[in-house]
Ligand binder design. Structure first.
Ligand SMILES: [Cu+2]
Length: 278
């Protein structure tokens, strides 16, 4: 017993230290992504001693409790060992209760990626005209529109301008409104830690705060037809506020001529049947 315990304690200490050195996806480009990575690290660290305990017990038993004779006899049974029973129930309870409290606290925190129980409010109406620097902490509304087979983005706060690449300003809270024009897709911005179903007629709301500049992957994670694999956009970018302002101004300029043929901004869209000649 003591020999097992010593081996387990030493290996657990080494193991927990080792798994905490790893970097966990989706890393730290957004506040929410960092939270997810931390949770993964915590769960791995907690699981490591449990996993090592089981493996050590199996290996130890295979070596030291090996059957000596060829006769089929059971080893001595262990019944009613109070300290073992108490330890088993106590350790399990502590682990499970800790994770439950931790999970509830995380879910109720403000940084959670998805707004639980979204109020169903619409966006766009009365919010055009552009965010000014005075509204530093106001969330920027970005609509993600999935369609066979690419994503486009509409910036509700910037006159509903539609772009083919996703640019987000650094350290600015973003409210993503994910929808689809045709069938079910899924918007997956890997490094941001955001993955959201994109359904026609649905406005799926997610929150993200980018905290590191650089590019991030965008891809579709719902098999959506022949060119599903083509629905990846390597050009998602987190840029600083000045670059974002320059970029969005250029997009708005380019959009002026296109705006006439693009449907006006709406919280969600329904697929239109194709008519002859369209
Ligand atoms: Cu898709």
């Amino acid at each position: 017993m003591w020999r097992l315990l010593v081996i387990w304690v030493i290996l657990s200490a080494v193991g927990v230290f080792a798994v905490l050195q790893l970097r966990y996806p989706p890393y730290d480009q957004s506040l929410q992504g960092q939270d997810q990575a931390r949770t993964l690290a915590l769960l791995t660290a907690l699981a490591t001693p449990v996993f090592l305990g089981v493996v050590i017990m199996i290996l130890y038993s295979a070596v030291y409790f090996r059957r000596k004779t060829r006769d089929l006899v059971d080893g001595p049974p262990m019944l009613g060992h109070t300290p073992v029973q108490i330890a088993w129930v106590a350790i399990s309870s502590i682990l499970v209760l800790f994770l439950a409290v931790f999970g509830i606290a995380t879910l109720s925190s403000e940084n959670v990626a998805q707004l639980v129980g979204a109020t169903g409010r619409t966006i766009g109406g009365g919010q055009t005209g552009g965010a000014t620097s005075g509204e530093e902490n106001k969330e920027i509304h970005v609509q993600v529109i999935a369609q066979q087979w690419y994503f486009t983005y509409r910036y509700a706060d910037y006159g509903g301008v539609e772009t083919t690449h996703l640019y987000l300003p650094l350290n600015h809270p973003i409210e993503l409104h994910v929808t689809s024009l045709d069938i079910v897709h899924s918007f997956w911005a890997y490094e941001l830690g955001v993955k959201a179903d994109a359904n026609p007629g649905v406005d799926n709301i997610f929150h993200v705060t980018p905290q590191k500049t650089g590019s991030f992957q965008v891809r579709c994670s719902e098999l959506c037809g022949l060119w599903h694999g083509h629905m990846s956009d390597s050009a998602g970018q987190v840029v600083n506020q000045t670059d974002f302002d320059t970029w969005i101004a250029q997009q708005q300029k380019d959009f002026e001529t296109i705006a006439k043929v693009v449907p006006s901004y709406a919280p969600y869209y329904f697929p239109l049947p194709l008519t002859k000649g369209s």
